[in-house]
Write a protein that binds this ligand. Structure first.
Ligand code: G6P
Length: 607
């Protein structure tokens, strides 16, 4: 979602600001802008659409200035027009914002009643007006911000500059991430450490309700009660090089191909292959006491949770509830003592998931979190933190984070099963052995890239595509359909194979490709029966299975993709690869924006 960067520099800052925005592009946006202070006055350029449009404007009309703020906007209130793009300027303040001011209507009415007029439809401009009003009333910048922050309901990360103050940046966060970067005679604000990576790795993460006052010489941070606080400065460990496509055409392609390495990297932290044991961080609570697991997540992370439900119930015999985060709180879930709430998120910042986490905390649940960003809000609020070591994921459609989540969740399920006395040592040894085989199996799956590329036109020409699977392959069908929708804009549905005849079968004719995910195993024959129902109605089947499955049922398919033989435990990881590659090649064939698909955001920090 929206990206923020602010720089108090030694020289002109616009180039660095735009470079910072490029590193934030992955979050998803539809307009951008930058503002600096030149000779005590604001100077601003904004543009609809991609950053290149802003860069073109800046090339024609450069923007000097040693202090500046910049923003990529993902539209919430108001269309992605230049007028709605940030920074917004009202009187002596200019600011950029990520999040949603929920009481903006009420605030706007209050300000309108005083005769104030608005240049945009955004909720953000209301904040600028509130600060400007305090400045007009005679307050200094810091007092003005202090007066306004308590009036804002909802979620925000803000960066502000003030006319006539070219050594002052003010930032504030509540419900949306904001970091402070420490440089040499320079200081910075950013949505994440990645945005600031080439300038500094010294990062202080603001906590909920914090606000910060930056000059080139010093940084002061205050909590929501305006008490000065110290926030630890950590080395982010992210470098500009981490967000390079290397030899790949897209980040998504690079990230798909990184999977054998990052899954190995992730498993390394969770397996002790020589002892035949899984090894998780020791939680502050007793896993043996866990009576129920409640999984909450969004998007692809939710599908990782759906797979995990099979594992937790099969291995640990613990009942599992699972919800998409946006529905969870509003259905008044029953959360009994002894419950463990498990949140899965690549970013660790997804607003709905974070809100669900806080709800579960308030309801007395223990909190476990599987996240890819170990410094994220969710990571910091966990009782048990289980990081995925996938490295920065830039492509909006999640790929490597997903398989790493699955790896962690499989290890967690085994650990919980052992703690609950449900997993004998020899079974655990087997699990560890099979999980350790995952990186090689992922490599073998990736070897089918060219073949999958050749079948892309079949899917690219379709209007609707169905994905079918049973058991843990059902979530893979959902994930396959989601990937295709996200990046190729083709309508796709994932269905439990046996449920197809209760509806989607009505869609099937010879224009509908049906992707069947069916490794051999106990459910294979049943899925093949459903496949035959598709074939009988002229549907064009792509069968993803192993050699034995293809030998048995491949004949009825227009195309087959042969996955390596692998243990059922790691099949969801391995079968993720062909559905990712298929979506990728279809999107490339259609010429869509693979890494930044329209309307989508990487990190969804609004509800
Ligand atoms: C967005 C992204 C998806 C992601 C989902 C959940 O929709 O485009 O790729 O799966 O958010 O994000 P999270 O960071 O919580 O995993």
């Amino acid at each position: 979602m929206c990206g923020i960067i602010g720089i108090l520099g030694k020289g002109d800052v616009t180039d660095q600001l735009v470079a910072g925005l490029r590193r934030l592009e992955y979050r998803g946006y539809d307009s951008a802008g930058v503002c600096t202070i030149v000779d005590g006055h604001f100077d601003r350029r904004r543009a609809e659409g991609k950053l290149d449009n802003l860069a073109k404007k800046l090339a024609i009309d450069p923007l000097p200035g040693h202090i500046g703020i910049a923003h990529t906007r993902w539209a919430t209130h108001g269309a992605p027009t230049e007028d709605n793009a940030h920074p917004h300027i009202v009187g002596d303040v200019t600011l950029v914002h990520n999040g949603i001011i929920e009481n903006f209507k009420e605030l706007r009415d209050e300000l309108s009643a005083e005769g104030r007029s608005f240049a945009s439809q955004t909720d953000t401009e209301v904040v600028a007006h509130l600060v400007a009003r305090e400045l007009e009333r005679g307050k200094g910048p810091i007092e003005a911000v202090k007066a306004v922050l308590p009036r804002l309901h909802g979620a925000f990360a803000l960066a502000m500059m003030f006319k006539g103050h070219d050594n002052l940046l003010v930032g504030a966060r509540l419900g949306a991430p904001l970091v402070v970067g420490l440089g040499e005679g320079e200081n910075y604000l950013g949505s994440d450490a990645l945005a600031l990576a080439p300038m500094t790795q010294k990062i202080a993460y603001l906590e909920e309700g914090d606000w910060a006052v930056l000059s080139r010489e010093k940084i002061e941070i205050f909590d929501r009660d305006n008490k000065p606080v110290t926030r630890e400065v950590t080395l982010s460990g992210v470098s500009g090089a981490m967000i390079d496509k290397g030899n790949h055409r897209h980040f998504m392609q690079k990230e798909i191909f990184e999977q054998p390495v990052v899954v190995a990297q992730t498993l390394q932290a969770y397996l002790k292959p020589l002892d035949g044991k899984v090894a998780l961080p020791i939680p502050e609570f007793d896993l043996a006491e866990v009576k129920r697991v409640t999984i909450v997540a969004c998007g692809t992370s939710y599908y990782a949770g759906l797979v995990a439900k099979y594992w937790f119930e099969k291995f640990a015999r613990v009942p599992v509830d699972i919800d998409v985060a946006s529905e969870f709180r509003y259905r008044e879930p029953v959360l009994e003592p002894g419950g463990l709430a498990l949140f899965i998120s690549q970013s660790g910042e997804t607003a709905d998931t974070l809100a669900a986490l806080r709800h579960c905390r308030a309801e007395g649940q223990k909190i476990a979190v599987v996240v890819n960003v170990p410094t994220s809000s969710m990571a910091r609020e966990a009782d048990l933190l289980l990081p995925t070591n996938a490295g920065p994921e830039i492509g909006v459609a999640s790929t490597k984070a997903f398989t790493c989540q699955l790896a962690v969740l499989a290890a967690f399920a085994a650990n919980l099963a052992r703690a609950k006395g449900k997993m004998p040592a020899d079974e655990e040894r087997e699990i560890v052995k099979h999980l350790a085989e995952a990186p090689a199996a992922l490599n073998a799956a990736l070897a089918h890239d060219e073949e999958i590329e050749k079948m892309a036109p079949l899917v690219a020409a379709a209007r609707d595509v169905l994905y079918l699977g049973r058991g843990p392959d059902y979530p893979m069908a959902l994930e396959g359909a989601l990937k295709l929708k996200e990046i190729s804009y083709i309508h796709a549905e994932g269905y439990a194979a046996g449920e197809m005849k209760h509806g989607p079968i009505a869609l099937i004719d010879d224009s509908v490709p049906v992707i069947v995910i069916a490794p051999s195993g106990p459910l294979f024959e049943k899925t093949v029966s459903n496949m035959q129902e598709v074939a009988a109605r002229g549907g064009r089947i792509v069968l993803i299975s192993d050699a034995a499955g293809i030998a048995k049922a491949g004949e009825g398919a227009v195309a087959t993709i042969e996955m390596p033989d692998c243990h059922p435990l790691i099949q969801p990881l391995v079968y993720a690869v062909p559905v990712q590659l298929l979506a990728y090649h279809v999107a490339v064939a259609k010429g869509t924006d693979v890494d930044q698909p329209r309307n989508l955001a990487k990190s969804v920090t609004v509800e």
